[in-house]
Design a protein around this ligand. Structure first.
Ligand SMILES: *Cc1c(COP(=O)(O)O)cnc(C)c1O
Length: 443
């Protein structure tokens, strides 16, 4: 693991003077639309710590949005990517191919659910993977409609904005959006009118009814869902929902796409979150955690579906860059060696126990949910289920000031999410949670 001391250290105000100076330079030249959760500039990062240029060491409960599951400077990622850098940086796989790309596709075929023949195509970002999953599903089915869900997030390109449910900040003023995209209800147990017990069955029935009546199943190319919804608020679809939707897709020749870009690669204590209900998706999109921080994404799925697009129809200049592929192989090696699925489950048990204690004291914690190291609390106004984005922002701010990086999410901006690197030490994890507890008590 990294050589950075694994301890929190706050030696200046946050952000400190050097970060503030850089922030001024940044404001002059970086487009205002590109935000930052916390304007402390990074000097180095690894394990569970991000060290800033003022010498502060922050506990990382964000992993660069679920990316650096193996840490931000994992030994195997650095070693393999450095060696690849020295050999060659790029040839373009579409010009002269290289082994790393093939090896990543072999790993994806082994690790993704199902024992059918699988193929993959590699890209640079999650949004690009989702777009290509749609291209492949349309080629295969010769149909056009795409079904997505309330609270879903799939990216910021034109098609993936259309697939994303939340207006601000992702879509506002950026339309018109791609056509033939339809949104149906998801099984959000905490907010389901008749309660979480009925939610899976009722929500799936509603979704299926809308697809059948409003679109026509025979017009649908793909149904795309996050097995745990990420930006939408770490919503775990109530039990029974995913299997019902997957079965409906199967019965109607619709390509079932699991968007595991945030939930995949050990994040939820499984290689892929859909394994928890025994789902075998036709296609699966991956990115974020795949390559230890290097930009890489993939679509993996049934060979006959993946081969539907004509030769030359898929690709991109940088897709499956050799350095990123080397990073992915290092990242997967680390996940296996350190058994990061077990680590994620351990993080879940520590976090849920601590958060439950906090909930007993503070009734603004309406819900605790998530799996593995993808855990969130939904904050509400005392004695109600009304969203409490103000408290959420205040708690996040207090955590940042004390040297703990936390992120928010949720359609109502009232979810505090925790995505620590899976390699974080348990002492750091507990110290971070102490600070979260203090922040909640103060609000
Ligand atoms: C982050 C994310 C994306 C988009 O990935 P980018 O690499 O930011 O384009 C798509 N789907 C899900 C579920 C995500 O969490």
């Amino acid at each position: 693991m990294s050589a950075i001391p694994q301890e929190r250290r706050v030696v200046t105000a946050i952000p400190g003077p050097k970060s503030q100076e850089l922030q001024a330079r940044r404001t002059a030249v970086v487009a205002g639309g590109v935000g930052s959760v916390l304007p402390v500039f990074t000097a180095r990062a690894g394990g569970g710590i991000i060290e800033d240029i003022d010498g502060n060491r922050l506990i990382d409960f964000g992993s660069g949005i679920a990316v650096t599951s193996v840490g931000a400077s994992a030994e195997a990622v650095v070693r393999r990517a450095s060696a690849q850098l020295a050999d060659f940086t790029h040839t373009c796989f579409m010009v002269t191919p290289y082994e790393g790309y093939v090896e990543v596709c072999e790993r994806l075929a082994e690790l993704t659910p199902g024992d059918h023949a699988k193929k993959s195509a590699l890209f640079n970002s999650g949004a690009e993977a989702v777009e290509n999953a749609v291209k492949i599903a349309r080629s295969h089915t010769k149909r056009q409609a795409v079904v997505v869900f309330d609270h879903g997030y799939h990216g910021r390109t034109n098609l993936t904005m259309a697939l994303t449910s939340k207006n601000m900040p992702y879509k506002h003023g950026f339309g018109p959006f791609a056509p033939e995209v339809y949104r149906v209800p998801v099984a959000y147990g905490y907010r389901w009118p008749t309660g979480p017990e009925n939610c899976g069955a009722e929500a799936s029935a509603q979704a299926i009814d809308q697809i059948s009546k409003q679109i026509g199943a025979e017009n649908v190319a793909a149904i795309i869902i996050e097995p745990v919804l990420g930006e939408g608020g770490f919503i775990e679809p109530a039990k029974g929902f995913l299997p019902a939707i997957a079965q409906f897709a199967k019965d109607n020749g619709i390509v079932f796409v699991a968007d595991e870009i945030q939930s995949g690669f050990c994040r939820t204590g499984q290689w892929f979150a859909c394994e928890d209900e025994g789902i075998v998706p036709d296609l699966i999109t991956t990115a974020k955690g795949i390559a230890g921080g290097l930009p890489l994404a993939a679509v993996t799925g049934r060979a006959e579906i993946m081969d539907a697009a004509h030769a030359g129809g898929l690709g991109g200049t940088y897709g499956g860059n050799p350095v990123a592929c080397a990073g992915a192989l290092g990242s997967i090696e680390t996940m296996k060696e350190l058994d990061l699925n077990a680590k994620a489950k351990r993080i879940e048990s520590v976090m849920k126990a601590r958060l439950t204690e906090m909930q007993e004291k503070h009734d603004i914690i309406g819900d605790i949910r998530g799996r593995g190291a993808m855990i969130a609390i939904e904050l509400v106004k005392s004695g109600t289920k009304d969203p409490n984005p103000e408290a959420t922002a205040a708690i996040a701010k207090a955590c940042h000031a004390a040297g703990v990086i936390v992120l928010t999410c949720g359609t109502y901006g009232n979810v505090l999410r925790f995505l620590p690197p899976l390699v974080i030490g348990e002492d750091l994890l507990n110290e971070g949670l102490d600070i979260v507890a203090e922040a909640i008590a103060a609000v």
